[in-house]
Design a protein around this ligand. Sequence first.
Ligand code: AMP
Length: 257
Amino acid sequence: MHRFSVKDDLQAQVAAWKAAGEKVAFVPTMGALHEGHLSLVALARTHAQRVVVSVYVNPTQFAPHEDFDSYPRDVNGDAAKLASAGVDALYTPDAAQMYPGGDMQSPVQAGTAAAGLETDFRPHFFEGVVNVVYRLFDHVKPDVAVFGEKDFQQLQVISEMVAAQSLPITIVGAPIARDPSGLALSSRNAYLSEDELVVARQLNVILRRVASGDIDEAQASEALIEAGFAKVDYVAQRWGRVLGAAWLGKTRLIDNL
Ligand code: AMP
């Protein structure tokens, strides 16, 4: 596996692959990789001869009070997992590569898919996401990029941004990887105690009851509080999905189905 931290070096390698007629699929991540991320890598592999994964904890998608500083980081562990998964290149840019001269202005805006849901509670979030993803796409220049349905609104926002900018990139959505209890895998699950994990496992169970018509969104919010969640940001239906976000202590979990 190649490792690049400088944009020009990565681009030279990607250009060489493309010149040889090979397609390049890209999986952007913030690291602390789990089986969910690796399922994206496996899906990427079915779309291209070469797979590039980035690990970059993007400051512009965190508000000052959020968990940017404490977000789990393990780049050497990540590299080992990606090498075992047959990834061709790992890209680990630093802030100087992503935001040269410290200019964090976004070259693009998030579109209508960003309205509501996450944005009601993290107003800065999708501007930061489109900012970094647009820049990463410019660095990697992939043919295909894979995003998880775990972040379903994000997948819609990225698809909309790619269409609005007429980028020559096919966006592929990957199914949510879950543990045997149905809990969606997440880097933030690492924050949870054993007791909190028991509660966390109720999130998908309760959202499923909304999907089946057993309870409505308001009843689901009550059920989440009864199950032990501290606060519910939303339970809502959009895009034919049931989506939810709720807090356990200082940890915010999202899921949808
Ligand atoms: P993150 O590192 O959390 O920013 O996630 C990087 C990519 O992995 C995003 O496209 C996520 O939607 C995706 N992802 C994270 N967790 C899962 C999961 N449990 N199943 C599928 N995709 C996931």
